[in-house]
Design a protein around this ligand. Structure first.
Ligand code: NAP
Length: 275
């Protein structure tokens, strides 16, 4: 089989970020993203820094709130509610995972929908499921954008998603169903994972289990999206059977951040009524 198309998130994210910078510069104020980090997890701190760097690079401002590891749900809710009321902040990102004592759902739901530019609140999930306006969960939105950009036909496609988290698999299933795909969602209790994955026109791995998807689990000619971090959920040999595949890194990751910036600009435009 000829080499597959590379679904380059790096390239598309650069285009999207440049467009966000142009839109941000046209506003009467600088769009501001508040990033909230609870605790000292080095991985989470690194992701937050990277998002702040991207903001600076593309003409957005970021404001960082760092809370101690023993923060309670009530304290975090107060911090998020304050940011929700702050007219200088248009977008709020609560970095996750959160420490175990925090009720994650209560925290996400303390972010008002208009500022929930990471699309993690219940209201944002409902809006995505019902096809209503609102910010979308960034990783699934980035995946849909990438598939659209490379011309993957979604209507009528058999899409199999491996993973059902509230920020990735579930909202992605809702978004793709709204685009007329026939969606199957697999998870850790799925009886025969390979039986599902091997009939997918579009296979999306979002389990966080390196090497879970092996070549024999992929239908020849399928489009394969790997949301996993390095190393990905899909074995590198999958490129031998797929018609198109995301690189890891350089696929889903940059798209997630690009969607965050783009939705922060959307939120700022909504404030001045240009959206
Ligand atoms: P998560 O909350 O841990 O959810 C993982 C999902 O995978 C769960 O639904 C789980 O099933 C399922 N799963 C785990 N092992 C499985 C197996 N052996 N077979 C089938 N399903 C299995 O993770 P997440 O936050 O959704 O993230 C998923 C992946 O995407 C991770 O690699 C994460 O690093 C990556 N990610 C990337 C970005 C990015 O920007 N690139 C952003 C977010 C996440 P159960 O529900 O049954 O437990």
């Amino acid at each position: 089989m000829s080499s597959p198309t590379t679904l380059s998130g790096t390239e598309l994210a650069a285009e999207l970020n440049t467009a966000s910078a142009v839109r941000a510069a046209a506003l009467p104020f600088t769009p501001t993203l508040a990033t909230v980090l609870v605790g000292d997890d080095p991985g989470s701190a690194k992701y937050v820094q990277m998002k702040q760097r991207r903001c600076a690079q593309y003409g957005l401002r970021s404001r960082h709130i760092h809370l101690p590891p023993d923060t309670t749900t009530a304290e975090l809710v107060v911090a998020l509610t304050d940011l929700g009321r702050d007219p200088e902040v248009q977008g709020i990102l609560l970095q996750h995972p959160l420490p175990p004592q925090i009720d994650e759902r209560a925290a996400f739901d303390a972010i008002p929908l208009r500022k929930d530019v990471d699309g993690t609140s219940s209201a944002a999930f409902a809006a995505a499921a019902l096809g209503q306006p609102g910010h979308r969960s960034c990783t699934p939105a980035g995946i849909v954008r990438l598939l659209d950009h490379y011309g993957a036909e979604l209507a009528g496609a058999d899409v199999v998603i491996v993973g059902r988290s509230a920020i990735l698999g579930k909202p992605l299933a809702a978004m793709l169903t709204a685009r007329d795909a026939t969606v199957t969602v697999c998870h850790s209790r799925t009886a025969s994972l390979a039986a599902h994955t091997s009939r997918a026109d579009i296979l999306i791995a979002a389990a966080g289990r390196p090497g879970l998807i092996t070549t024999d689990m992929i239908r020849p000619g399928a489009v394969v999206v790997d949301a996993g971090f390095t190393p990905g959920d899909v074995v590198p040999d999958a490129a031998e059977v797929a018609s198109a595949i995301t690189p890891v890194p350089g696929g889903v990751g940059p798209m997630t951040v690009a969607m965050l910036l783009s939705q922060t600009v959307d939120a700022a435009e909504a404030v001045v009524g240009t959206r």
